[in-house]
Design a protein around this ligand. Structure first.
Ligand code: PMP
Length: 357
């Protein structure tokens, strides 16, 4: 469906139509100049060769320091997407199952299926603020459950898991011998505090990215923090696949970490303004939505809506959204990404409201 939408966008744009693109989770801000300069400097210094498949020592050490682990627990990856794929590839085998709360970021399901692993969906609902139901979670677990994927804050709902609920989830995982893969790529720009999975007992896995915090989606740099044994396996997988994240990109990532507070604050403030604007418009409608705790998304729903046909028809009115079915069985919902200017958000939402009448 997302493919069909992109095709239609391309066709309409080639006909000269302007589309307000609420469908992309790619920040509209440019990568900060200091980060670009750091990459350029590194290239000029000859950092253009093959290098370590674990990541550059200095970057791993900085990340280790930030997360209070040892550098041998850190593996630098080509975006967090590769980190997620690698963890699932290494931990799961055909016949296993993985628990994934819905709505979810599509790659988890597609990766599980590509490995012959059964995705077991733990449905959450807007009515309960997308809260994970502990009893439902228990009911999904059996002896072939190997992994639980948490996305905190969540794409597409932008909700952060309540600390008490998270503690209960971790307790269950620890009791059942299940590993948690916690995808926290939006946590550093969250509007509310996010409790890190590494703050809990158990050998769980954290995945993070430079993409969202620093507007660096195209640079392809992320990382994983895992127990030494798994980290070593990931390095071996990197050796036979991507070799290494370009060293000049890692040098840029190091600069990004240095400027993290300043950059993250700016991005967070910008998205908070956009989220406030979107919520104030949505709250005047009959749409059901939950206020985002983090950038970049809002996931409104409308009773009886078929978000797939709605998304396709809306394109003719110049607005692109992602239907809820792209994130699990959530047909009445759709995702809007606030990766647009306030003017575009206002205009786009106005058109959405009119189309729903
Ligand atoms: N996790 C989530 C929840 C995402 O939304 C995305 C990107 N949309 C990623 C991981 C992957 O990001 P990247 O590979 O750029 O780090």
């Amino acid at each position: 469906m997302l493919y069909e939408i992109s095709e239609k966008i391309m066709r309409l744009e080639s006909e000269g139509k302007k589309i307000i693109k609420f469908n992309l989770g790619d920040p509209d801000q440019p990568t900060p100049n200091e980060i670009i300069e750091a990459a350029f400097e590194a290239m000029k210094q000859g950092k253009t060769k093959y290098s370590s498949s674990a990541g550059e020592k200095k970057l791993r050490e900085e990340l280790a320091r930030a997360h209070k682990v040892s550098a041998e627990n850190v593996v630098v990856t080509t975006g967090s997407k590769w980190a997620i794929f690698s963890v699932m590839y290494l931990l799961l085998k055909s016949g296993d199952n993985v628990v994934i709360p819905t709505p979810y970021w599509t790659a988890y399901e597609l990766t599980a299926k590509s490995l012959g692993v059964e995705p077991r969906f733990l449905r959450t609902e807007v009515g309960s603020n997308w809260k994970i139901d502990i009893e439902k979670l228990k009911g999904l677990i059996d002896r072939r459950t190997r992994l639980l994927i948490l996305n905190n804050p969540n794409n597409p709902t932008s909700k952060v898991i309540d600390e008490k609920v998270l503690a209960e989830i971790v307790q269950i995982a620890n009791d059942e011998g299940i590993t948690i893969l916690s995808d926290e790529v939006y946590s550093d720009i969250s509007f509310v505090e996010v409790k890190n999975i590494l703050d809990f007992d158990g050998s769980h896995i954290l995945v993070k990215s430079f993409s969202k915090t620093f507007a660096m989606t195209g640079w392809r740099v992320g990382y994983v923090i895992a127990e030494k044994e798994l980290a070593e396996k990931m390095v071996k997988l990197n050796q036979i696949t991507l070799t290494n994240v370009p060293v000049f990109v890692q040098q840029a990532a190091l600069k990004a970490l240095e400027l993290k507070e300043e950059i993250a604050n700016k991005i967070r403030d910008e998205y908070r303004r956009r989220a406030d604007l979107a919520c104030s418009i949505l709250s005047k409608t009959k749409m059901k939505f939950s206020r985002p705790d983090a950038p970049f998304y809002v996931f409104p729903g409308y009773d009886g809506l078929n978000s797939e046909s709605f998304a396709l028809n809306l394109l003719d009115k110049g607005v692109a959204i992602a239907p809820g079915t792209a994130f699990g069985d959530h047909r009445e919902h759709f995702r809007i990404a606030l990766t647009l200017s306030e003017e575009e958000i206002e205009l786009g939402l106005k058109k959405i409201c009119e189309a729903l009448k």
